[in-house]
Design a protein around this ligand. Structure first.
Ligand SMILES: [Zn+2]
Ligand SMILES: [Zn+2]
Length: 133
């Protein structure tokens, strides 16, 4: 028998010198050195993990709409949340505004965009005009 004859491994379909094949308890057959050392198993586990990770990634276009919808919904929720913090003061052009950072309540003029920042914590006041009028 020629020791350098390369034969195909039935476990991984790879080729290796016949002399290096070993009987493996797990495969219950003679396998190539890389299978015998568990390398093939490791590679397969790695491949499986990569495939799994790929599945978790949203695929276009299948997962695309869903994600878009989700972002849109989040934006809408944010807007509603924001609206709740703004209240028109009857008879004036002013609104009552709750600072989003420190919750300080102050009068805000959306036409003049005054004050520009929260009088208490100096957090910038977002553009309220789009939300209130
Ligand atoms: Zn093999
Ligand atoms: Zn504030």
């Amino acid at each position: 028998m020629d020791d350098n004859l390369r034969i195909q491994c039935t476990a991984c379909q790879g080729f290796a010198p016949a002399s290096q094949f070993k009987l493996h308890y797990k495969y219950k057959r003679v396998v190539c050195p890389s299978c015998a050392s568990g390398r093939t198993e490791q590679e397969e586990r790695k491949k499986a993990a990569a495939a799994k990770a790929e599945q978790l990634q949203p695929k276009k276009p299948a997962g695309w709409d869903k994600e878009d919808e989700f972002l849109e919904r989040m934006a809408r929720i944010k807007e509603q949340d924001f609206k709740a913090k703004v209240e028109k003061i009857p008879g004036t052009t002013l609104v009552k505004f709750n600072c989003q950072k420190c919750s300080y309540l102050f009068k805000y003029d959306p036409y003049k965009k005054m004050p520009r920042a929260c009088p208490y914590c100096n957090e910038d006041v977002p553009n309220l005009k789009a939300y209130t009028f």
